[in-house]
Design a protein around this ligand. Structure first.
Ligand code: GAP
Length: 435
């Protein structure tokens, strides 16, 4: 893998974004824990998505459905039958592969032997467990492999309680689980991950129009949050790639260090899911349009993104190295909305004389935004530390501050420094954040 990728993975560990899971026990393959700044970044990715999908719109409402779910849901959705990957084992070295991901399906990429693969078996990716004290088929439950089904099975509840009418959407953020055969590339593909999905219910003849609308909207979301457009592309799926429920899917792809890959899928799921759940449950999952006296099963357009995968793309796009006064610096040029800390309060020296005022400034800012506070090491090293975790602004409290009650704001990207009265500091930073 490229240097850049390794540098980002190292930075994640070193600065507390992402740790390998269960490390003190030797690690738990391809599971990850999000550290003090990682949890903030991941939360901010989710908040930015929720803001654009729910907060700034009046046609989409939220939902938080359960992760544990009965087999009936997955029977109806088609996942029990179709949510499979073709699995092959190398008889020589025992490595396991997804057949559809092999460049050459007759040669093992690990040991190089030819024609050593077993027959492909369809392997279902859903995690199964048991509810209650008795293990058995009556107690079987699944961990959801996508959040989407929670929205479909609650379609009627949401329709009745929110009084929305098509076109309208239900949005959800939450963990999903897939027993991936080949997890890897850091947090790109893991067995436990966070999804951000929205099901948009539309009149049947408006499916194509809304599919195009959501492709554009979702592409723009990434560029608005700082991923350069040339590192993104929309790629329509070929017919043989489509999921069992989709008549058309386009992926928003990102240029990862190993090449183009999926960031988000936008699918036209038609009336597949509501029809299936209607037939299996006996509930009518329809909309009755009083204006036209028509009853119909809405079609669904689904933008489905991964929060953890998106977080990695934002980190890769933001990572840069430059030089200040002959000294190399690593800087994460994260959009301020995504940055774990918006501001770091740094007293110029650790002298007791500056600490009370610096702490006063910190307390003043904390109700408005996530702040860091650091009084160890030289000011230069503390700036570098904040640059590395993407903090857009540092506020320095110096000896003049004791007299003029003003502080210096230093900008991560331009390095510009401006003096601002403490009384107007919160407003100034909030303005920058909103802008
Ligand atoms: N409901 C549709 C659906 O789940 P998907 O393309 O399988 O579609 C949507 O998943 C997004 O979820 C992907 O684009 C990706 O960002 C994320 N995702 C899927 N599997 C993942 C995994 N194993 N690890 C991390 N993210 C994953």
């Amino acid at each position: 893998m490229t240097d850049r990728f390794e540098q980002v993975v190292n930075l994640c560990k070193r600065r507390g974004f992402v740790y390998p899971s269960a490390e003190i026990y030797g690690g738990f393959r391809s599971a990850y824990d999000y550290g003090p700044v990682g949890v903030l970044l991941l939360k901010n990715v989710q908040e930015a998505w929720w803001r654009s999908m729910v907060q700034l719109r009046d046609d989409i409402v939220g939902l938080d459905a359960s992760i544990l779910s009965p087999p009936a849901i997955w029977e109806a959705s088609g996942h029990l039958q179709n949510f499979t990957d073709p699995l092959v084992d190398c008889r020589n070295c025992k490595e396991r592969y997804r057949l559809d991901q092999l460049d050459d399906p007759s040669t093992c990429p690990n040991c190089g032997k030819k024609d050593t693969f077993t027959e492909a078996r369809q392997f279902n990716l859903m995690f199964k467990t048991y509810a209650g004290p008795v293990e058995g088929s009556g107690a079987e439950v699944y961990l959801r492999p996508e959040t989407a089904q929670g929205m479909f099975v609650n379609f009627k509840n949401v329709l009745e309680t929110s009084r929305k009418r098509p076109p309208f959407g239900i949005a959800q953020i939450g963990k999903s689980f897939r027993n991936e055969i080949t997890p890897g590339n850091f947090i790109f593909r893991t067995r436990e991950f966070v999804q951000m999905e929205m099901e948009y219910f539309v009149p049947p003849d408006e499916g194509v129009k809304w599919f195009e609308y959501w492709c554009d909207e979702r592409f723009r979301w990434y560029t608005d949050l700082g991923i350069p457009a040339e590192q993104l592309r929309l790629r329509p799926h070929d017919a043989d790639e489509l999921s069992h429920y989709s008549t058309g899917t386009s992926d928003v792809e990102f240029l990862y260090p190993w090449g183009w890959g999926e960031l988000e899928g936008i699918a036209n799921r038609t009336d597949y899911d509501l029809t299936q759940h209607g037939n299996h449950s006996g509930e009518r999952l329809e909309y009755f349009d009083q204006a036209t006296n028509e009853r119909y099963i809405p079609h669904v357009i689904e933008p489905a993104a991964g929060a953890t995968r998106t977080m990695m793309a934002f980190l890769l796009a933001a990572y840069s190295e430059d030089e200040i006064e002959g000294e190399a610096r690593t800087v994460l040029k994260l959009h301020p909305r995504l940055a774990p800390y918006k501001v770091a309060v740094l007293p110029l020296s650790k002298k007791d004389t500056l600490t009370p005022l610096a702490r006063e400034v910190l307390r003043l800012l904390q109700p408005h935004m996530m702040c860091d506070y650091d009084e160890t090491q030289s000011i230069g090293r503390r700036y570098r530390r904040q640059d590395e975790i993407g903090t857009p602004w540092c506020v320095t409290v110096d000896f003049d501050s004791l007299d003029d009650r003003a502080v210096t704001i230093r900008d991560r990207d331009t390095l510009a420094q401006v003096r601002v009265p403490i009384d107007s500091l919160a407003n100034e930073l909030r303005g920058r954040l909103e802008g």
